[in-house]
Design a protein around this ligand. Sequence first.
Ligand SMILES: *Cc1c(COP(=O)(O)O)cnc(C)c1O
Length: 350
Amino acid sequence: MHNQTFYLEKLVRDNVAKLKPYSSARDEFKDFHEDMVFLDANENPYNTGVNRYPDPQQVTLKQHLSSVKRVPVDQILLGNGSDEVLDLLFRAFCEPNVDNVVTLPPTYGMYAVLAATNAIANREVLLSKDFQPDVNSILDQVDHQTKMIFLCSPNNPTANSFEAASITYLLENFKGLVVVDEAYIDFSAAESWSTQLHNYPNLVIIQTLSKAYGLAGIRLGICYASAEIIGVLNKIKPPYNVNELTQKRALERILNYESVASEINSILKQRDALSKVLLEVNYVNKVYPSEANFILARVDDANKRYNQLLEKGIVVRNRSSQALCENTLRFTVGTTEENEKLIAVLKELA
Ligand SMILES: *Cc1c(COP(=O)(O)O)cnc(C)c1O
């Protein structure tokens, strides 16, 4: 399994390779001028602000993302949240009831749900005790029908980043797609894998505006990959998958990066303060280091503590049902006031 040549055409499903994409009115006519009369898309002509279909390729938004993230426009695909982007990957590359993927629990639950939805076997390889990928066990699970390996880094719910050497090893020794989910990258000291796209034709990176950018409500997920992979996903994406309101709000936020950066800064300070104080709570047995905007902590009895917090009006996530996460709670870092309330309540319960 060393230095395998990567053939994208071997990964794409036959039906996807053969299909001719839907061509929308806006795809066929793009040469937009103010004084033109658009009678091609059966839109209502009266202006509501959103009576026209949105740009199916989100060109303006991608151009700005491209300059911020330093990834060429033709290596970017946008979706209705990362969830849509992940689903597109399954539908483009995984043949139902034939292919399989590898995921590494404890991790983000959507990979398993999307695998099941698309009738794709999910081969689970547990992370090590220190929540790192076990590359040899992963490659042992891989066969000719393995199309993707999902690496969530920083990982949800464990909050740590995966060692770069492990990710590189998988990129070099697996001939399918290595999908690195970077939903929490803006909270991490680690560099985004987007700088490595030119080195690895099988690297796919997922990001989102739902966390650091504070826009979970608009649903905007991002995929960075080779222009060839992006081309395949573009063939099957719904033509108007990112609506006009979302494109506008996303662009405003990206152009106002200073406020995003200052919020990230505050969240990081709060996270580190919260981690320290959690250690002072007598029924907290372990606080895991975090490179995300949440903290995983092991307590004496997670169900009991979860319910006690709930009675006080504080909702956290009980992750105890996840592999390697017995008696853990996941705390999202809130505002200063919210965190103070959390700490006060936690100490009062002691
Ligand atoms: C929150 C989260 C996402 C974001 O999903 P969206 O659909 O973009 O809101 C993606 N991956 C992980 C691991 C997450 O925790």
